[in-house]
Design a protein around this ligand. Structure first.
Ligand SMILES: Cc1ncc(COP(=O)(O)O)c(C=O)c1O
Length: 388
């Protein structure tokens, strides 16, 4: 056969459309960068793949992995946690509906619900979902969804999922759990009756602070179809490269979570006994008001600890500047330990009155325990606490 020109070969050789877009026996799922897939016939997409916004083999591998991690049927991967949340809200709610959301939420989720909910005629009511009675007291005929974060951000509140999901499903109300803090390693809300789970995969699932992403997981074919339709129609997909990094992160989730938790537990104990702290928020402590519920619905308590330091803002600044191993940074769930002040950082978008009402003041510190050596983290914190 006559050899083709270099220019032709450089474009076409080894770039023939793959016959099978699934796994090829690769040990690692490849980063599948193509934007489009060639067909033999106009009507028939090659193995269901037509355009990478609609479906991409690397992203689909991750989507299958996410479903599997949450022990659910379907997974979908988005460009960020907030893109995943937007997909859930827009695909399931309409103008005139009402949503009940936990009062302790990531500030960006609250901002999304409040700012865009009101623009599109969706009423948002906040309630402390640690007590399901609080949800019952604000349910109305218009309530279509209950949205909880458990453990929540920043106070690590626990929502009793079986109870809340039970009362919601009796009334035909959808339940959504943001499972970012627990990670699928420590909690599987679908198994506890939730309709939808969302994740910021930016956090524990990605695990290395190098990729932003989000996930939606569900057992329901109907919810999956409508959220997938929105994923393609609006286009907030996770890229193949981010999907690859997230897949890579997911492989070590179990090993990392065990160390995150070991370190968080030590930090919570140190803080509780330090004499420098007014309150410690960690569901693994027996003093946590919903510790017994956490024991029932989680297999571990996670790597996040919040504390209220017994000092003023100047003391908080001295404490923060005394740390060597904890970076002062937003986000969480990476291998490196992070620390932040929610009132000035992650929860700055919560209106000041609301922050005051919720107790998010300048002495509240949120810690994401990394997977460094436990003793090094404790030494670092002890030395910073001595500066208060
Ligand atoms: C609990 C929780 N949910 C959702 C998000 C939003 O995720 P992303 O930053 O990936 O959009 C965050 C971000 O901090 C979060 O902490």
């Amino acid at each position: 056969m006559k050899q083709r020109d270099f220019a032709t070969r450089s474009i076409h050789d080894a770039e023939k459309p793959l016959k099978d877009t699934g796994e090829f026996g690769d040990v690692v799922i490849p980063i599948h960068l193509t934007t489009t897939f060639a067909r033999k016939e106009p009507e028939t997409a090659t193995r269901g793949m037509d355009y990478s916004r609609t479906g991409n083999p690397t992203r689909q591998a991750l989507e299958r992995k996410l479903a599997s991690l949450e022990q659910a049927k379907h997974g979908l991967a988005f460009a960020s946690g907030l893109a995943a949340e937007t997909a859930v809200i827009i695909s399931t709610l309409k103008s005139g509906d009402s949503i009940i959301a936990g009062d302790d939420l990531y500030g960006g989720t609250r901002r999304l619900l409040v700012n865009f909910g009101s623009r599109f005629g969706i009423e948002v009511k906040f309630a402390d979902l640690s007590n399901p009675e609080n949800a019952l007291s604000v349910i109305s005929e218009k309530t279509r969804m209950i949205w909880c974060e458990t453990p929540s951000n920043p106070f690590l509140k626990i929502t009793p999922l079986k109870e809340v999901c039970g009362l919601a499903s009796d009334k035909g109300i959808l339940t959504v759990a943001d499972n970012t803090f627990a990670s699928p390693f420590f909690q599987n809300p679908i198994k506890l009756g939730c309709d939808i789970v969302v994740h910021s995969t930016t956090k524990y699932i990605g695990g290395h602070s190098d990729t932003i992403g989000g996930a939606v997981v569900t057992d329901s074919d109907t919810l999956f179809e409508s959220i997938k339709f929105f994923q393609n129609a609006a286009g907030g997909i996770m890229s193949p490269f981010d999907s690859y990094l997230t897949l890579r992160g997911a492989k070590t989730l179990a090993a990392r979570m065990a160390i995150h938790e070991r370190n968080a537990r030590s930090i919570a104990n140190l803080m509780a006994s330090s004499g420098k702290v007014k309150e410690v928020f960690y569901p693994g402590l027996e003093t946590h008001p919903l510790h017994s519920v956490a024991v029932q619905q989680m297999t571990g308590f996670g790597g996040m600890v919040s504390v209220k330091l017994n000092t003023d803002l100047a003391g908080v600044r001295r404490f923060l500047s005394g740390l060597e191993l904890f970076s002062l940074a937003e986000s969480l769930g990476g291998v490196e330990s992070l620390i932040e002040v929610p009132s000035m950082m992650t929860h700055l978008s919560v209106p000041p009155d609301e922050r005051r009402r919720l107790g998010i003041d300048d002495t509240l510190i949120r810690i994401s325990a990394g997977i460094e050596g436990e003793n090094d983290l404790i030494d670092d914190l002890e030395s910073a606490l001595s500066r208060i």
